[in-house]
Design a binder for this molecule. Sequence first.
Ligand SMILES: *[C@@H]1O[C@H](CO)[C@@H](O)[C@H](O)[C@H]1NC(C)=O
Length: 437
Amino acid sequence: MARWSGGFRCLLLLVAIAFIYTQVRLFKAQSEYADKIAVAVEGENHCTSQMRFLIDEISMQKQKVVVLEEKVRRQEEECEQLRTLVQNLEKKGVKSLFEQVKAPVAAVVIMACNRADYLERTINSIFKYHSTVASKFPVFVSQDGSNSDVRTKAMSYDQLTYMQHLDYEPVDTERPGELIAYYKIARHYKWALDQLFYKHNFNRVIILEDDMEISPDFFDYFEAGADLLDKDKSIMAISSWNDNGQKQFVHDPYALYRSDFFPGLGWMLSKPTWDELSPKWPKAYPFINSYFQFSCRQFIRPEISRTYNFGEHGSSLGQFFNQYLKPIRLNDVTIDWKKMNLTYLMEDKYVNHFANMVKDAKPLYEPNLVLKINNVDGDVRIQYRDQTDFEDIARQFGIFEEWKDGIPRTAYKGVVVFRYKTIRRIFLCNMILKKLI
Ligand SMILES: *[C@@H]1O[C@H](CO)[C@@H](O)[C@H](O)[C@H]1NC(C)=O
């Protein structure tokens, strides 16, 4: 019994030892697993944060891609805009090149001497309407003499070309009492026109003086006039002036006429005409009618003037200025003259055109013309016998009485036409000429 119990104890001990050993191994294995799990959990955590980081990274990249795509789109748009701009510029460039190649319509020359303040007013009036047609109408100031204010003023504009005529040749007047100034003016005109036609080679020149303002349609009017000058060689010059253009005698801004009388004060002539005039240019008084009449050609003039002469000072006749120049109406209507059909002004058409107007007018006889006219509707024609008779009738209505070289101012084949009391036309017809009716 004791031996069994001793053996039993031994066995128990062994079992206990085995148990403990197993427990220890188990514990060890468990803690090893725990460690591994911890590592695995840690690994997983790491993985998760890595993944999060990657997701963040990806979404950031995606945003960047969106931003870049937006940039690309914008740049494409800009590219497109630039392409259109370049195309437009190319077109304009070609056009302006083309315009440069096209010869100008006419040089515009302002004849100046010693009135800087007047010159400034004239230049400013021209540049008011000039910017859109600058390449067609290059502007020149031609100064006679050495007045430094005029020179400085003219040179202060870079849109124009300054020319100076210095002429120290003494003047020999041909008749006693003649003014040296008229000889000087004649020389200056010849010099300036020779410069513009022969040195600068312009086809046409528009001549202005330093005391003029222009109308809004001035350049369009002369551009259409250039076309007429080219087509009809019987036109000597295009004028922007109507001697009987005072407010009370004009009505229609579209009306143009032919005239045998040189109106001056804003006129355009062409090179072939200057080729004829230049060698015969008189020493003085170039603007008298007999000089321009040697070829029996005519002038185009508007009913409403396209230039206004404000030169009160310097004109020797103050009374003349107040009566005839100051009340002139300057056209204020914009007219696209190039769209107008001006064929009626051509020599072969105009005689009939004008004769029909005269024929349609009702005849009226002296005395008391001004009173009688109020009882007549529409246009009226009045015949005059001679210069004295004409002057008498002209005085009653208040138009120019003056004749030069057998021609009343503004006359066409002896007929002077003006408006009287708004739209009614009065034709003063030379009874003897009777060419028209
Ligand atoms: C222009 O007017 C003339 C008559 O003066 C006429 O014969 C011609 O057909 C007109 N031209 C146009 C394009 O209207």
